[in-house]
Design a protein around this ligand. Structure first.
Ligand code: SAH
Length: 302
């Protein structure tokens, strides 16, 4: 019933460090468990990937709905707990437990993902989900409230940031459920929220490192105008470096009297009328449009 990933075995770690490291806050309110499982809209034919099953509070309910559940759990002690709980269980055969770090190991094929994970790995976990292939139907994930709000934030909202833009480029995100901290044992410091992440299918045709490099710059100082950000010396130097690499790779002949990078960049911002705009007011179509114009001027961000 279980596979082991040797590299992630955690023997010999001090108890306090262990607790912190694994971020274990078990869901103790059955109503919240029920609600999460309902919102995951699992079909009898579905393979469900559960990350961080812990003692299996969600797992047993998922097993009632799904064809199969594959659970990835980091903590070997939790794996043992879960195995004990499943002994002689009517659905024991439907469960596969993989012991390992969900951030590091390759995910198996799945239709729906469900996770109540430690909050310190929220960012890499979301990124891993968003770039996972083949595209799955949706994920229902518990996050710290503020992190959840950043995922779903729209332009002009205080929490709108690079994470919001990247997430919404690759998926549709929706807030499902507020979960107060007293629903967990032990209770975390802050409240949580359950979020639905539905990957866009097909995925937008975009070179993600290029896009992310661009978005990172735009949000460098989210209250500054793009004009002010792109005029910075170190930004222009970086773009100039990228330009040299790009033209060399593509065998593009650079004329001797070419414009400076500053002129090239300002031309694009002026032409597109984004010079005085701020990242916090722009939506995904704005960013896509602006990036396209930069790229057409041979300006690249990765
Ligand atoms: N889903 C359970 C447990 C939540 S606590 C419930 O809701 O009751 C979070 C669980 O994630 C713990 O069991 C913890 O050991 C596990 N975990 C922490 N980091 C992990 C990682 N990187 N990969 C997989 N599981 C992890």
């Amino acid at each position: 019933m279980s596979r082991t990933h040797k590299r992630t075995s955690q023997t010999g770690m001090g108890a306090s460090l262990m607790k912190k490291h694994f971020g274990q806050h078990l869901l103790r309110n059955p109503l919240v468990v029920k609600s999460i499982v309902e919102k995951a809209k699992i079909k009898p034919t579905d393979i469900v990937l559960e990350i961080g099953p812990g003692t299996g509070n969600l797992t047993v309910k998922l097993l009632e709905k799904a064809k199969r559940v594959i659970a990835i759990e980091f903590d070997p002690r939790m794996v043992v707990e879960l195995q004990k709980r499943m002994q002689g269980h009517q659905y024991a055969k439907k469960l596969e437990i993989i012991q390992g770090d969900a951030i590091k190991i390759d995910f198996p094929f799945f239709n729906v993902c469900v996770a109540n994970l430690p909050y310190n790995i929220s960012s890499p976990f979301v990124f891993k989900l968003l770039t996972h292939e083949p595209i799955f139907r949706h994920a229902v994930v518990m996050f710290q409230r503020e992190f959840a709000m950043r995922l779903i934030a729209r332009p002009e909202n205080n929490l709108y940031c690079r994470l919001s833009v990247n997430t919404q480029l690759l998926s549709e995100v929706k807030h499902l459920l507020k979960v107060a901290k007293n629903n967990f044992k032990p209770p975390p410091k802050v409240d949580s929220s359950v979020v639905m992440i539905k990957p866009r299918n097909p995925r937008p045709e975009i070179q993600f490192t290029e896009w992310d490099g661009f978005i990172r710059l735009c949000f460098l100082r989210k209250n500054k105008t793009l004009g002010a950000i792109f005029k910075q010396k170190k930004v222009l130097l970086m773009l100039e470096e990228n330009y040299k690499t790009y033209t060399a790779l593509k065998n593009i002949r650079v004329p001797k009297n070419r414009k400076t990078m500053k002129e090239m960049v300002l031309d694009v911002l002026e032409k597109t009328k984004y010079m005085g705009k701020r990242a916090r007011t722009l939506d995904i179509d704005d960013f896509l449009f602006l990036l396209k114009n930069f790229n057409e001027a041979d300006i690249h961000f990765a």
